[in-house]
Design a binder for this molecule. Sequence first.
Ligand code: TYD
Ligand code: MG
Length: 459
Amino acid sequence: MAKPAKSFVCSACGSVFPKWAGRCEACGAWNTLEEQAAIPALPGGLKTTGNARGKKIEFVGLSGITPPPPRVPTTIAEFDRVLGGGLVPASVVLVGGDPGIGKSTLLLQAGAALGCAGSQVIYISGEESVDQIRMRAARLGLSSAPMHLAATTQLGDILASLAQFPDAALVVIDSIQTMWTESVDSAPGSVTQVRAAAFELIRAAKSQGFALMLVGHVTKEGNLAGPRVLEHMVDVVLHFEGDRGHQFRILRGVKNRFGATDEIGVFEMTGGGLAQVLNPSALFLAERRGNVSGSAVFAGLEGSRPVLVEIQVLLAPNPGGSPRRSVIGWDSGRLSMLLAVLESRCGLKLAMNDVYLNVAGGLRVTEPAADMAVAAALISAASDVPTDPSMVFFGEIGLSGELRQVAQAELRLKEAAKLGFAQAAAPKRVAGGAGRIAIPSSLKLLEIGHLTDLVGIAT
Ligand code: TYD
Ligand code: MG
């Protein structure tokens, strides 16, 4: 068989090209193509072990299920929720996030919790020395937690040492970009190295049965650095996000072969490490001031969990030139759409204003259900009349200004009632239709059919 020719791989998106170029044709990034050592075709790093003919595969029918092994809860409820109920033995979890966001802290705490619950935990750092990790553990009050700690970047040494721990439940590798394997002839951190190192670790996890947690760095754009390929190789991808200016951090499930994605776990970075936030709505609304115009509370949903957040809008007159649209925590395209709908369907004059929109607390809202809360905040800012502080808003807005249904209205209403809100503005027929929902008795429901109705209510 002919030897595979040299190829070049983009370190941003993982696309492979036969020739080098200054710009990746697939993702458009500049200067990201690296030469890749000639490795056999998919999956990366798979080598024939001398037995080139292979053995016969035993095929089976569709019926019959081997019961899944029980999950191992880390005992950190917010972490377990995102994992789908705990760690699955022999699974691989990739935790990505900006530098300094708290990935090492989170995994040290999760590992220590698991260790204290009686599981064998191994923590290998390629970024920090043993003393640095011990100092952090001391700060977190975890010095006495049972854990096998090492600092190295040599993958060969790691694999040889892991064999001594047949009962290991969890192996943490911090971070995969620092690991280096001799079997591939390229620099640490390069796509080829990262992929080969991950492949060998994953193979060890599957054969020895431990859960593997890999820390991965992210690029400026928020993608997991190096190869996206890594995301395809692992079972679970979690993003640890948050604004370094705010204390709280969100662990978000992006991919999960064993549970729902889009779940979030909320933590607060304190002097003593990451603390779980069991009631995020209360935290996000803690600093809300009642009678200020331009603010509305959105009854949102993150995964299966209702979260109330405050949407803030500030309008500043800008008579000349092109007005600014500055959005933090929401989609700027959707804001433009809402502004256009408010102008053309409700006659609101906003074009001569700079618009600043902020989701208070640093949460990133992705649901279209936030449309109504944003519209209410815009109407309130334009008329300088505060929205009713006891009211929450949710509903998607269409281009003709009509309000559309959103998922899980019941959960949103329940959360609003739980936090003491007295009224909820929701799309029409929210309580009717196919699945009747229970409305909490303490909550008055205002059904809104069109945005023009909201103009009367929001202010
Ligand atoms: P770290 O876990 O090292 O981040 P990452 O591994 O994602 O790069 O967290 C670093 C930040 O967390 C650092 O800026 C200090 C802060 N921190 C606290 O505020 N309290 C603590 O108890 C700890 C351990 C860290
Ligand atoms: Mg770290």
